[in-house]
Each structure stands twice: as structure tokens, then as C-alpha cells.
Design a protein around this ligand. Structure first.
Ligand code: 26Q
Length: 834
């Protein structure tokens, strides 16, 4: 067993009071880079293809973060502050170096240091592998939140999993998606610091045994378990130029020394050691299914592993600072659950408090219910997590006891409030009433939390009226909204330096930490000189993206065309298909000679399909099929291009969102919880074409109808139409739509394999199409025509673009975090001076 900080006797510490802080000059940074390259790594010659110079730059940067982290820790310990722990199975961090240098304010100095070597800082940035430990929106939101918490100096620690393989890399071959493993740790990840002394032991399997303790109280023992070690790795998260640094702590699984050796001791020592893999598999790979419930047992292990290790860690910190008295624990700690993925934290905290710290049920429940807060990210019923009770019984028997007890008390409360309402009891139970009883993780999270929030106003409202209605009736005070946001440090300052400088030329730089200041740009929306500069920046960004697109796909696109962009996970509810139908309609117009007046347009679609999601893979294939025909028809030259952007990820978005003119946010109303790409595009001056869904509703409210292309049925209209929905009634009465369908039916775009196009034809024509794509076709095409007309008027379009950026202030994750802090966390910023 590795040493822990609990049992290691303190033998002293370095006196740091006389240590001077590391210098931030170009010379000092140069010296440190040289030191790491030459002395630590023992390398002599610089090859940019090798990782060593990049790693030396990271280590020099990390040193400067680490000394700030130490100062923050000392200040925080003195203040005895309240603290929040963000529990998330995903953190989609992307690259870290540019962000770290900009936050520390040493980008120029580091650039100069590398300049001595004749090396461009941009080339070092490009050397970094994305940390892709997330699927999409939910994981990237966690990363934006960490940035905002550090910038707001809030004591928030992120807990997650150090997956060995992150989100798969997407390769497109002959139009099909192929998944390749993302071996992101292969060259090492120099940002992380392994904290072996904080290792925890996680139990699995075995059985729960009841006994009576010396005081005559009923207690439980979880025995005969198969234990796994959780080893933490820390990544430092800097605030923007405020000397504040927070921590992201990622757990990695390792086998214990005793691991099952008897079980395998039948003869071969080597086989027994090889079997340690089973334990280490827990953190091997991120599950790549966003918005769908996969139900794999290994995923359940991951969830419990994260929950248990993180809670043990917070209890360890508590005991080391406050001793065994837990009476003030709830006052000073808060756990924010990023969806139900870490919902096992509810029964696990109960277990730790009762079984390991000797608390009664009432005392433990009082703490749990005052510290847990749950964020929901989906309205799709099929994405709500459920686990077979049987799996729990086998893997986590003690937790199942506790869940049954929570359920018994919940149902008693419901029965008291609504006597005789058996249906309500069945609906609200934590355990479904099926032949194979399932545990409903959302119900567990709601029952265990003092706060439940959605991620946009519409989404939060729909949760209370729909999925969680019974719970909202029982506990209305728990339910609240926290509209998502994105960090403007990454999603404007870092990724769009041209626009940032243009903004700075008119208003101060304060928007970097106070995005509402962008509102002042409104005064310049009509200023023709400013407009000219605004357009030049956008054009430059489009040129940059055109280069990337050509490098990745071989397709040449013109920066003079309108860039019409939809990038996000591929999912039927997001309706990439609706976008595709519009492209086919434009193509049809060009073919029949009605394309003379079309604004030249590049339609860019990117995103990953979950490997097991057949329909999503069909959609990718279809986009490729249509693209091939459209792009090779000479009539479309200079008018229309369709591009599928392969392997869309965080770093790709940093190049894509500054270059977009039109942002496609076209989900079926009531299905997209919030969306956050919509906010990144808006901040960078793209105009949205979108439905009244998720945060689009608030974007529209902020920017005004005249600066947004609204289309489509509302949530209420969708609900009314659904029972009588007949796609052919929309297709047959619409000549444009009929022509599009005829091209598809005639297999105009099909190659040898028609499976994808057939499936798509079928889904559009299906009266049971849950996404009701055909119903929104006409209104989408009309909105596209309005967008096109607006784009043709250069002055009008530029004004709309400026006004979108100007209205983006509300969509800063700083605002979101301030909302969480005001209503849920109630943290005091750390004051380094005090
Ligand atoms: C669940 C069980 C088993 C395996 C995987 C999963 C799983 C993994 C990831 C389920 C869902 C996710 C991710 C969901 C997600 O990204 N949701 C998005 O969250 C964003 C941030 O709030 C919103 O803006 C988007 O609207 C929402 O779709």
C-alpha cells in the first residue's frame, strides 16, 4: 500500500518565506526552458517533431502555476472557507498551454524566450495534444466552469477520471466514420502531478453484513470486497491574471498489491499479476455515447470509482483540518453533480458517514441532503440513466441497502402527502416496478440534493412540467435554472485575437473578465470604418479555416463565400438532416438554373457519431454522399460547397467559430437542453439560424428578432401536431420539398451503398419520426432565404454580426458561475492579501 499523508508522521517542511517568486521575464523563462530541456530531459538538439521542447515549456509554466497554487492553498487554509467540489465524469479541456500563458500574462515573454531559439510560440502550441476527456457539451461546460471559478477566485475543486483513452479520433473513409483510439498520454502529459500520497481504496463486490455495535446500534460492514486503488493526478487551473490557481484532480485506477492473488494462485504468479488488468481497466476508456444510455457494467464501476474516491478525499481533508467532528461539514462543503453520472455520491456519502464515521442515519442524511446539488443536462427520456438493481446487488451491495432505505423514506413522504395515490408512488420510486427492477439515477439525485437545476430557462421549465413534475410538486423549492455559459478567455480572447484587438480599439479590455461590457459595441454597429475592420477580421479567420479544411479534406473553399456552420455531436434530435435537406434544395435550384442570384455558400458540418448509433453513422455517410455529388458538379462552382469536417474537437472549434457567418442551431424544439456552441458562435459575431430551443430562446431575447433567423414549430406546436403528424402532408404540398425528395428517391446521391440514404428517406417520411424534420422544412428554407438576403447587404450583415457579439455578455460562464455561487454554493472568493 503506498504511503498516505494521514499515516506519514510530519517531520518538517521547507521554509519558503525567504524564497523569491519565480521571475516572469523572457530571460528567466528561457533559462528554465533550457534547464528542463538540457538537464531534466537530457536532450541536446531541438526537433519540433519531438515533444521535448514543448514539454520543457510546459514544465517552466507549471512551476509558475504551482507556486501560485501553494499560495492559494495557504490563504484558503487560513480562512477556513466553504468549498465546492464539482463531480464530473467528463472534462473536455482541449489544449492548456496558450490558456496558461495568457492567464499568467507571460505569452509575450515566452514567445521572446523561444524567439532566441528561432522558434515560433504558435508551433509549440500546435505540438500539444487535446485533452479530450469528454463527449461534447457537458464535458466542455465543466472545463469552462473551471476557468471561470479560478478567474472569480472561488474555491472549487474539480474531480474527474483520468481516462487512458479519451474521446476517439474520427477518421472518415469513403464517407464512413471509423473510430481510432486517442492515446493522448503516449508522449506523457507534463501538466499533471501524481499525488501518490492521496491514494484511496475503492471497494467492489463482496457482501453487506449487519451487526450490533457496543452501544447496541445496528451497523453494517461491507466485506469480502475486491479492492481497487484510486491514484489522483492534479492539473492546475489558473485564473485570468489574478494569481489564483485551482485544482482539477483526476483519478486513475490501479490494482492493490494483494489483488486477488489467491484467486489466481492456482499456479502461475505471472498470470496472477497479469490479471491486475481487470482493476486497471476501470479508467481505461471514456464511454463515447452522449445523450444515450449505454448500460455497461464498466461504466457503473467508473461512476462509483469517481464518487467514492472523491468523497473519501474530501472527508480526509476535513478530518485532517477539523478532526472527527462532522457537525459543521454541511455548512462548509458542497458537491455539484454534473448530471446523474456521479449520482452514486448520494448513497456513497451516506455509507461513508454511517459505516466509516459512525453517524446515525438521520445525521448522515442531514449532511448529504444539505451538501448535494444536481444539474440535469437532458430532456430526452431515453438518455436518463437507469441501472439494473441486480447489477448493483452484485457490484455495490452496501449501496443498494442504502438506496432501498432512501426509497422507503421517500415513498413514505409521498404517501403522506398524496394518500392512496399508488400511481404516483410508482412514478416516483427510485426503483422501477418492472420484471427487471431498475434504479432511476435521476430520482436518486433529486431525492439526495437540496438543489436541482436545468441549464437554460426553457429546459428548466420543461423539467418541472414534464420529466420531474412529481418531484417539483413535492419539493418546489429545490428546482432552479442556471443558464449555461462559455468562457470568453478561450472562446474570444484566445481563439480570435483579431476580433479581440478590434474590440479593444473601441472599448477597454475589461470584457475579458466582465463580458457585459461588450454591450458598448452597440454604439459602433453602424460605424462604417469599424464595420470594415470587423469584416476584415472575419475574412482573415475564414481564410485560416479554409486552409485547415483543405488540409483535412482536400476540398478548396473560398473565404468570400458565406460560411454556414453546424458542428456538434451527430444526433437525430439536432437535425443535421434538416440542414442536409436545405443543401439539396440549394443544389436543386442551381441545377435547374435558379441559382444565379444565390449568395456563394460553404456549408460546413462536423461532429462525431457514437460508435453504436447506427442512424447517426448513416447521417455522416449521407452528408458525404451529397457532398461528393454537389462538389463535383461544375454548376455549383463558386456557388455551393458542402464539407464534412472530420474529427471535430475543441481545437477545431477554436478555428471554426471565429470564421462562421451563420450558426446552425436547428434542433427539434424541446430537445436540446441548452447548447453551448450557439454561444461560442454568437460571441464571435456569427448570426444564428435557429429554433426556439434551449438557450436559443435567451440568445434571441438578448439580440432581438431582427438579428436572429427564427424558424420552426414551438414546443407547444410540436406537442399538438405529434399525434396527427403526417410528413407527406408537408412534402406533397411543397414543390421544393417534393423535388428534394425526388432526388433522394431517384438515388441521385447514392453510390453503391444505398443503406444510409434509404434509412434517411424512411426517417423523414415516417409519421412516427420523433424529430418531425419534415414539419420544419418550409420554415427553415424561408429563414435561410432571409439570411441570404441579409448577407447580401454587407452593411446590414456586419451590423447584425456586431450586435450579436455585443449581446453575448449574458453567455459568459462567469455569469453562470456567479449564479451558481449566489443560489447554491455561497462561496467567498479567496483573498490572497488577507
Ligand atoms: C451516460 C451513460 C452511459 C454512458 C454515457 C452517458 C452519457 C455521456 C455523456 C450521457 C450523456 C452525456 C453528455 C451529455 C451532454 O453533453 N449534454 C449536453 O450538455 C450541454 C451542457 O449543459 C448542453 O448544452 C446540451 O444541450 C446537452 O445536450
Amino acid at each position: 500500500m503506498p504511503p498516505t499523508d494521514d499515516d506519514a508522521a510530519e517531520t518538517g517542511s521547507f521554509n519558503m518565506t525567504k524564497t523569491r517568486a519565480l521571475s516572469m521575464t523572457a530571460q528567466a523563462i528561457y533559462d528554465d526552458i533550457k534547464h528542463y530541456f538540457w538537464r531534466t530531459m537530457g536532450r541536446r538538439t531541438i526537433h519540433l517533431r519531438q515533444p521535448f521542447l514543448f514539454q520543457s515549456v510546459v514544465l517552466a509554466t507549471r512551476d509558475r502555476l504551482m507556486e501560485r497554487r501553494n499560495n492559494v492553498r495557504n490563504a484558503a487554509q487560513r480562512s477556513g472557507h466553504r468549498q465546492t467540489y464539482y463531480l464530473s465524469l467528463e472534462y473536455l479541456m482541449g489544449r492548456l498551454l496558450r490558456n496558461a500563458l495568457q492567464s499568467l500574462g507571460i505569452e509575450n515573454e515566452t514567445g521572446a524566450a523561444l524567439g532566441h531559439l528561432g522558434i515560433e510560440l504558435e508551433d509549440i502550441y500546435d505540438r500539444e495534444h487535446d485533452a479530450g476527456l469528454g463527449n461534447g457539451g457537458l464535458g466542455r461546460l465543466a472545463a469552462c466552469f473551471l476557468d471561470s471559478c479560478a478567474t472569480l477566485r472561488l474555491p472549487v475543486l474539480g474531480y474527474g477520471i483520468r481516462y487512458h483513452y479519451g474521446m476517439f479520433r474520427q477518421r472518415i473513409q469513403d464517407g464512413y466514420q471509423f473510430e481510432e483510439p486517442d492515446d493522448w498520454l503516449r508522449e506523457g502529459f507534463p501538466w499533471e502531478v501524481r499525488r501518490i500520497e492521496l491514494t484511496k481504496t475503492i471497494k467492489f463486490g463482496g457482501r453487506s453484513v449487519a451487526y450490533t455495535d457496543e452501544k447496541g446500534e445496528l451497523r453494517h460492514n461491507w466485506t469480502d470486497t475486491h479492492d481497487v486503488l484510486a491514484i489522483p493526478y492534479d492539473i492546475l487551473i489558473p485564473g485570468f491574471r489574478n494569481d489564483h490557481v485551482n485544482t482539477l484532480r483526476l483519478w486513475s485506477a490501479a490494482a492493490t498489491d494483494e489483488f486477488d492473488l489467491d484467486e489466481f494462485n492456482a499456479g502461475s504468479y505471472a498470470d496472477a499479476v497479469a490479471a491486475k488488468n481487470a482493476a486497471e481497466n476501470i479508467t481505461m476508456v471514456l464511454y463515447p455515447n452522449a445523450n444515450s444510455e449505454a448500460g455497461q457494467e464498466l461504466r457503473l464501476r467508473q461512476q462509483y470509482f469517481l464518487s467514492s474516491a472523491s468523497l473519501q478525499d474530501t472527508l480526509r481533508r476535513w478530518v485532517s483540518r477539523h478532526g472527527d467532528d462532522l457537525s459543521r461539514f454541511a455548512e462548509l462543503n458542497c458537491f455539484q453533480l454534473n448530471d446523474t453520472h456521479p449520482a452514486m455520491a448520494v448513497p456513497e456519502l451516506m455509507r461513508l458517514l454511517m459505516d466509516e464515521h459512525g453517524l446515525s442515519w438521520e445525521a448522515a442524511w442531514n449532511i448529504t441532503n444539505r451538501t448535494m446539488a444536481y444539474t440535469n443536462h437532458t430532456l430526452l427520456p431515453e438518455a436518463l440513466e437507469q441501472w439494473p438493481a441486480e447489477t448493483f446487488a452484485r457490484l455495490l451491495p452496501r449501496l443498494l441497502d442504502i438506496i432501498h432505505e432512501i426509497n422507503a423514506r421517500l415513498l413514505a413522504a409521498v404517501a403522506e402527502r398524496w394518500p392512496g395515490d399508488q400511481q404516483r408512488l410508482n412514478r416516483m420510486s427510485l426503483v422501477s416496478n418492472d420484471s427487471t427492477p431498475m434504479l432511476r439515477m435521476a430520482h436518486l439525485a433529486i431525492a439526495g440534493s437540496f438543489s436541482v437545476n436545468g441549464v437554460a430557462k426553457l429546459h428548466s421549465k420543461l423539467l418541472c412540467e414534464g420529466l420531474f413534475r412529481d418531484f417539483a410538486e413535492l419539493w418546489p423549492e429545490k428546482f432552479n435554472n442556471k443558464t449555461n455559459g462559455v468562457t470568453q478567455r478561450r472562446w474570444l480572447a484566445a481563439c480570435n485575437p483579431g476580433l479581440a484587438a478590434t474590440i479593444d480599439s473601441k472599448i477597454s479590455e475589461d470584457w475579458i473578465t466582465d463580458l457585459d461590457r461588450l454591450q458598448q459595441l452597440t454604439a459602433f454597429a453602424d460605424d462604417s470604418e469599424f464595420q470594415k475592420r470587423w469584416r476584415a477580421v472575419k475574412h482573415g479567420n475564414k481564410f485560416r479555416l479554409a486552409g485547415l479544411v483543405e488540409a483535412k479534406t482536400g476540398i478548396a473553399i473560398s473565404a468570400d463565400a458565406m460560411f454556414d456552420v453546424q458542428v456538434k455531436r451527430i444526433h437525430e434530435y439536432k437535425r443535421q438532416l434538416l440542414n442536409l435537406l436545405h443543401v439539396i434544395h440549394l443544389y436543386d435550384r442551381i441545377c435547374r438554373g435558379d441559382g444565379e442570384n444565390l449568395v456563394p455558400r460553404v456549408v460546413l458540418i462536423g461532429g462525431k457519431a457514437a460508435p453504436g448509433y447506427v442512424m447517426a453513422k448513416h447521417i455522416i455517410k449521407c452528408i458525404g454522399d451529397v457532398a461528393r455529388v454537389v462538389n463535383s458538379n461544375p454548376a455549383t462552382e463558386g456557388r455551393l460547397r458542402l464539407v464534412f469536417f472530420p474529427d471535430y474537437n475543441v481545437s477545431a472549434m477554436e478555428c471554426i467559430c471565429p470564421a462562421a457567418d451563420l450558426s446552425e442551431q436547428i434542433s427539434t424544439a424541446g430537445k436540446e437542453a441548452s447548447g453551448t456552441g450557439n454561444m461560442k458562435f454568437m460571441t464571435n459575431g456569427a448570426v444564428t439560424i435557429g429554433t426556439l430551443d434551449g438557450a436559443n430562446v435567451e440568445i434571441l431575447e438578448a439580440v432581438g428578432e431582427e438579428n436572429f433567423f427564427l424558424f420552426g414549430l414551438t414546443v407547444e406546436e410540436i406537442a399538438t401536431l405529434r399525434p396527427i403528424y403526417e410528413p407527406s402532408s408537408f412534402i406533397d404540398k411543397d414543390e421544393d420539398f417534393l423535388r428534394v425528395m425526388t432526388l433522394l428517391r431517384d438515388k441521385h446521391f447514392s453510390g453503391n451503398d444505398t443503406a444510409a440514404l434509404d434509412a434517411i428517406l424512411h426517417s423523414i417520411q415516417n409519421p412516427h419520426d420523433p424529430w418531425m424534420t419534415a414539419a420544419d422544412f418550409r420554415s427553415f428554407v424561408d429563414a435561410q432565404q432571409r439570411a441570404e438576403a441579409a448577407y447580401r447587404n454587407v452593411g446590414q450583415w456586419t451590423k447584425m454580426s456586431i450586435l450579436n457579439t455585443a449581446a453575448a455578455g449574458r453567455f459568459s460562464s462567469d455569469r453562470t458561475i456567479l449564479d451558481y455561487n449566489r443560489d447554491i454554493w455561497r462561496l467567498t472568493p479567496i483573498d490572497l492579501e488577507a
